[in-house]
Ligand binder design. Structure first.
Ligand code: F6R
Ligand code: MG
Ligand code: MG
Length: 382
């Protein structure tokens, strides 16, 4: 049976700042999806990743389907009305367009979708990250799908060994989708050269070279490309099919033990470690650290099991402690150097305003103006 799995998520308001949606907001969205999705959805789940609410849906209508996307848009609009009634912060924050026009892509919510012929058993993992950018998945996906240090299936399974096709999107190109397809293992170094730059080059999808099957899809929304100004970090979602001809669930999870540094964190403008957390965990320390949740599902005929919370395990408690240490270490240097993102990635305009205001006070070194400003003032030269 050919099934489409769609996950659409948005931040439409949260309690106590940018921390977590309220139970009423989640319930409002879940009710809309349950009632209005009944005629065409096979199954669905609604939950949250940090301050973002996700809607996971299974159906047979294919990718970018207007009815499915409109349902999510409508649910987020009603969620926004609830958020406003409750006085939640940032109500409707990610709904950046006034009118729905066929597809939520480019309207603010993040989308990841997979369409495939369902296997006899169909395990997949839904990842959701908060306070970070789509490129946060670059390194974990590279390691899980292309590095035998993380995926021993690349050595042990002849189908996995054939490698994968990575579609990489240049998210700096806002006018249209600009992408490149690279194949592992032969393009491995080229792939690493692009994926090193999380802000610009983002894994959008991965296909098996052995079977042509879709393995993974990542939301690639850049909110500031849409809005042209600060609207919060993109907080990406990803769907990853696992087992058999794909990396095992454990291999897909393994790279998150690195807690690699990503862009986002406080005011979407800092560097912080990506902490793997239990489902329903919000953010706290400096509105962070950036977090990632992994919900592992199975399904049959599009009917979803309850998820297993894949980072809810004693092993990940140890990793979380390490992530907290990495977060403290980088926050110790405040605004200095790599702790704060480069100017092009800052989510607020304050630094640019400071630099603009200081511009006329810069002077070129020369005979007279070599003296510090206060001496020139004393000498009546200013
Ligand atoms: C980061 C984030 C928060 C806010 C911060 C200030 O993506 O959402 O760190 O940037 O709480 O929020 P405002 O500007 O809404 O007061
Ligand atoms: Mg937010
Ligand atoms: Mg968020």
């Amino acid at each position: 049976m050919r099934i489409t799995v769609s996950v659409i998520k948005a931040d439409v308001g949260s309690v106590g700042g940018h921390l977590q949606p309220s139970p009423a907001l989640r319930q409002t969205i879940a009710n809309v999806v349950r009632d209005e999705g009944a005629p065409f959805l096979i199954d669905h789940r609604v939950g949250s990743f940090g301050d973002d609410v996700f809607i996971l849906m299974t159906h047979t209508r294919g990718l970018n389907d207007e009815t499915v996307h409109h349902l999510a848009w409508e649910a987020f609009l009603r969620g926004t009305a609830c958020a406003k009634r409750e006085g939640l912060y940032g109500a409707g924050q990610d709904l950046l367009k006034d009118a729905f026009s066929g597809n939520v892509r480019g309207m603010g919510p993040a989308v990841a979708e997979l369409e495939f012929e369902e296997r006899t058993a169909e395990p997949f993992v839904l990842f959701g990250a908060d306070k970070t950018e789509p490129g946060a998945y670059n390194l974990p996906l590279y390691l899980a799908f292309a590095d035998p240090m993380f995926c021993s299936g690349l050595l042990l399974s002849s189908k996995i060994k054939k490698g994968f096709t990575f579609r990489i999107l240049d998210v700096a190109h806002a006018e249209a989708d600009r992408f490149i397809d690279l194949q592992t293992p032969e393009d491995l170094y080229d792939l690493a050269a692009l994926l090193r730059d999380n802000e610009r080059f983002v894994v959008a999808s991965i296909h098996s070279r052995a079977t042509g099957d879709i393995a993974a899809a990542v939301s690639t929304t850049r909110l500031h490309n849409i809005a042209g100004k600060y609207t919060g970090k993109d907080d990406p979602v990803a769907l990853v099919r696992t087992q058999q001809n794909f990396p095992a669930t454990g291999e897909v999870l393994a790279p998150y033990r690195l807690c690699h540094y990503v862009g986002g964190f406080m005011r979407g403008s800092h560097t912080g470690p990506l902490m793997p957390v239990r489902a329903g965990t919000g953010v706290s320390f400096f509105d962070g650290p950036p977090i990632v949740t992994a919900l592992a599902f199975s399904m049959s005929g599009g009917n979803l099991t309850q998820p297993v919370d894949a980072f809810d395990h004693p092993f990940w408690d140890h990793v979380r402690t390490r992530a907290a240490e990495k977060a403290i270490t980088i926050r110790e240097q405040g605004f200095s150097g790599n702790a704060m993102l480069p100017q092009s990635e800052l989510e607020y305009g304050g630094i640019v305003e400071i630099l603009d205001a200081l511009e006329p006070r810069f002077r070129i070194a020369g005979a007279m103006v070599d003296a510090p400003s206060h001496e020139l003032v004393a000498a009546g030269a200013r």
